[in-house]
Design a binder for this molecule. Structure first.
Ligand code: SF4
Length: 313
């Protein structure tokens, strides 16, 4: 059950918990505060995480050490050329609003450069809060799918419990055990997914955690499929039917989704979308933004994939 956080401190225990019998107000339903606002952050995502030199990051960087490209104003000095400079992992990173929350709310506008004594705590809290905010995003997404009912009420309570945790102070947040919340929300999302996929009849194929690296899935019938945690790195999904396909946690790096309808897929996030290769004909969920590096509508499209559009429910 969400909220059974084994390491919760006394301070947290003394704050009022969300009322499980109260109105199921979708507190995390408004997603404005679940979007990164770099102007109100102090570059936490460029300092707190560890980087391992790879196709995603051009350098090794230990946790807590500022990236050499972070400038004095806490902005990226190579923002407009991240991919070209070997940092595509930065281009697809999303803190889900954790950066400005930690900076402005948890630490009251302080910054780690001016106040080095808080640096370690700030970075630790950011790594915890980023996970909690991501869970809130999924809860908010699920709430947009569900009608009123017991499952929706459970989701609201789970979201409220996590949102309540995010309001804690730095010492409490630093020791929050995210795992039980992740497990609880994951189980709820699985039930939401099942309910959504049941709406379209027979269950689709189950590719949970499947290795689909480079797979040729052009035009595949993945309607109602479970692709949770599937590795679709470099796969070709052009024209595949992904209606009500569960993409929670699927690796879509360099996945070809040109001219593919993604707007009806379940649990697609902005980082997944940003990592994929789309085009002007790719349809996306209303809550997400079209990645700026995708070709614009005025860019000529490969005629091989410029096929008539299908609409399915
Ligand atoms: S390359 Fe830019 S976005 Fe990536 S960590 Fe460094 S400063 Fe931040």
């Amino acid at each position: 059950m969400a909220g059974r956080c084994s390491s919760r401190s006394m301070t947290l225990d003394m704050r009022p918990m969300p009322d499980p019998t109260g109105d199921p107000v979708p507190r995390p339903g408004g997603r404005q505060d679940l979007r990164a606002d770099c102007d109100r952050c102090v570059g936490l995502c460029c300092v707190a995480p560890v980087f391992a030199a790879s196709a995603d990051f051009a350098i090794d960087k230990p946790a807590g050490q500022p990236c050499p490209h972070l400038n004095a104003k806490f902005r990226c000095g190579i923002h407009n050329s991240l991919r070209e400079r070997g940092f595509p992992g930065c281009a697809v990173f999303d803190c889900f609003g954790a950066g400005q929350h930690v900076t402005q709310l948890t630490f009251g506008g302080a910054d780690w450069r001016a106040s080095p004594a808080i640096a370690t705590s700030m970075f630790t809290v950011f790594m915890v809060l980023r996970q909690l905010k991501e869970l809130l995003w999924y809860v908010a997404e699920a709430l947009t799918l569900l009608p009123t009912g017991p499952l929706r009420d459970e989701l609201v309570l789970a979201g409220d419990t996590i949102a309540w945790l995010t309001d804690a102070g730095p010492d409490e947040l630093a020791v929050v055990d995210v795992i039980p919340h992740r497990q609880h929300v994951g189980a709820l999302l699985a039930r939401v997914s099942q309910a959504m996929r049941a709406e379209i009849g027979l269950p689709g194929p189950n590719h949970t955690n499947a290795d689909l690296v480079g797979a040729d899935l052009r035009g595949a019938n993945l309607r109602g499929a479970v692709l949770r945690g599937a590795c679709l790195l470099g796969a070709d999904l052009r024209g595949a039917d992904l209606s009500k396909a569960d993409l929670l946690g699927a690796d879509l790096r360099a996945t070809d989704v040109r001219a593919t309808e993604l707007d009806r897929a379940l649990f697609l996030t902005q980082p997944q979308l940003d990592a994929a290769r789309g085009d002007a004909l790719t349809t996306i969920p209303a809550a997400l933004a079209r990645p700026p590096h995708w070709p614009s509508p005025s860019t000529p499209t490969d005629p091989a994939i410029n096929r008539p559009r299908r609409r399915r429910r």
